[in-house]
Design a protein around this ligand. Structure first.
Ligand SMILES: [Zn+2]
Length: 511
């Protein structure tokens, strides 16, 4: 605005002085603004660096004496049981769960003689190790016994249920998700039973059998049983997040992400109908035309992205690890927020962190190339960020397609869930996990995180707000593809570290 005023007087000799003055004023103002901006930048950056949450200072602990190859052998054997969950429960081979229980009983007799072992709905296992102080709230460590199907076995380098140990890795379905956790929890507890150790707090190992199909018969039933017994855990730890190495851009050290919340899940089914008929005289309102218009509007209007809540908390812990330029940008969100958001939106992983995601997952229509179909149907799967709800997402979709003749059929209600509550990062339970990660994985920094999928732990919200999701597995970006994918495996070294972690954690809960 100022510049155009200057130009309009440029030919007037008298006003040239005025122009000159204006330019000087303009330059001075610009300079002042620049200094002010820089001042705010520097002050904000300094404040943010000074206030950046630091890492717990703890001494690394010495390792327990474990027989790594025996540990690996036992995990490999557990992998051989095809405890596969299918949506259609008639397809599930429940006998194999019983067989696996027998294997655990035969392999860890001391565990069964020292702990109280019970089942819920026949196949979920609960180990209870009575604590010395029965007035203290218990600790609940969770994992699940079931696995997802392997797909075509021929696509695997090693058969998925052979339980083979090759090149320093234990291969097979469940090695990462979640028999690694299940068996290392059992090993850690068994190790401690064999020592003089007695837990101060009662310890529960909760091993659900149907996590991959929603956890209704396992975790949910166990949670109800705990509720009826007034069990309010001091800490619940389940799978969900892990130690990521070289995955977070700009962060060189491995990061132990403790999931303090998990996203919700909802599915919306859309249906468009029309008269149908011969394809030689197609009308504008053919069912596929209507539905694709609706889907396009939905795709172009995603739910809003925000750098708040868990994502904000996570970045505050990661910031000291990031390059100075990034820290300056994050410290000055009053100016750079749109830039930060658009950068995070550009990557699927970070986009999922800052918004409820929209995924078109099925589209059904048509029977023949020259026939207009009478109906078209599509499914949209949403993963809900804390703050959004199943209702708010449905409202968002309804508003977008309001003027189109499309029906909404809310489906898959069985699996629909609102986002979890956000667990505190100043609770004793969180601090204990934080400490244990830094004791056992000494070069690792710790930050809170958001779990993008779902875990059994969401069924325990009625018992405590101290629910955390972390498995002591070190993941590189290559490993991520193996989860629910091909060639799932864990290194013998990493698996032994998992056992070290759980031993240390159980000991720490007794301090
Ligand atoms: Zn899992």
């Amino acid at each position: 605005m100022g510049t155009s005023t200057v130009r309009s007087y440029v030919t007037c000799p008298i006003l040239n002085i005025h122009i000159l003055n204006n330019s000087i004023i303009l330059k001075k103002s610009l300079l002042a603004a620049l200094i002010l901006f820089l001042g705010i930048f520097i002050v904000n950056t300094t404040i943010s660096l000074l206030n950046a949450p630091g890492q717990l200072s703890v001494k690394p602990v010495s390792k327990y004496n474990l027989d790594k190859s025996a540990l690996a052998e036992n995990l490999a054997r557990a992998i051989q049981f095809k405890t596969i969950s299918y949506e259609n429960k008639d397809s599930i081979d429940y006998q194999t769960f019983t067989d696996m229980h027998n294997f655990i009983r035969d392999t860890y007799p001391a565990l069964f003689s020292n702990l109280n072992v019970s089942t819920i709905n026949d196949y979920s296992l609960i180990f209870k190790w009575q604590g010395l102080d029965s007035l203290l709230d218990p600790v609940v460590l969770m994992a699940h016994q079931d696995v997802v199907p392997s797909g075509n076995s021929d696509d695997w380098t090693v058969p998925p249920f052979a339980g083979e140990i090759i090149d320093g890795f234990i291969w097979g379905r469940g090695a990462l998700d979640d028999k690694g956790c299940m068996m290392s929890l059992i090993e850690a507890t068994n190790f401690l039973v064999s020592t003089e150790f007695k837990p101060r707090r009662t310890l529960f190992l909760v091993l659900g059998h149907d996590e991959e199909i929603g956890g209704q018969d396992g975790a949910l039933a166990i949670s109800k049983s705990f509720e009826s017994k007034n069990i309010n855990p001091f800490l619940i730890l389940d799978e969900g997040m892990a130690i990521v190495d070289g995955i977070l851009p700009g962060v060189e050290k491995p990061v132990g992400l403790i999931g303090i919340a998990e996203k919700g899940y909802s599915t919306i089914e859309l249906l468009a109908t029309s008269k149908g008929g011969h394809s030689s005289m197609p009308p504008d309102d053919a069912s596929i035309n209507i539905l694709t218009k609706g889907l396009q509007v939905i795709a172009e209007n995603p739910l809003p992205a925000d750098l708040d809540g868990v994502a904000k908390s996570m970045f505050s812990y990661l910031l000291p690890q990031l390059p100075l330029s990034t820290r300056i940008i994050f410290a000055n969100q009053w100016l750079f927020n749109p830039l930060i958001i658009s950068n995070l939106e550009n990557q699927a992983e970070t986009n999922a962190l800052i918004r409820t995601t929209t995924a078109f997952t099925t589209f059904h229509s048509g029977i023949k190339e020259n026939v207009l179909p009478v109906s078209a149907q599509a499914t949209i799967n949403f993963r809900l960020k804390p703050g959004d709800t199943i209702e708010s997402v449905e409202h968002h979709v309804k508003t977008l397609i309001d003027d189109l003749p499309i029906q909404i059929i809310q489906s898959n209600a069985k699996f629909a869930s609102n986002p979890s509550k956000i667990s505190p990062i100043d609770s004793e339970g969180y601090l204990l996990l934080n400490k244990t990660i830094r004791q056992v994985f000494s070069k690792t920094i710790v930050a809170p995180g958001l779990v993008l999928g779902g875990t059994d732990s969401r069924h325990f919200e009625n018992l405590t707000n101290s629910i955390y999701r972390f498995a002591p597995i070190v993941f590189t970006s290559e490993d991520l593809k193996r989860m629910h994918g091909l060639d799932e495996r864990i290194s013998i070294e990493n698996y032994a570290m998992m056992v070290q972690f759980y031993i240390q954690l159980i000991k720490n809960t007794s301090n």
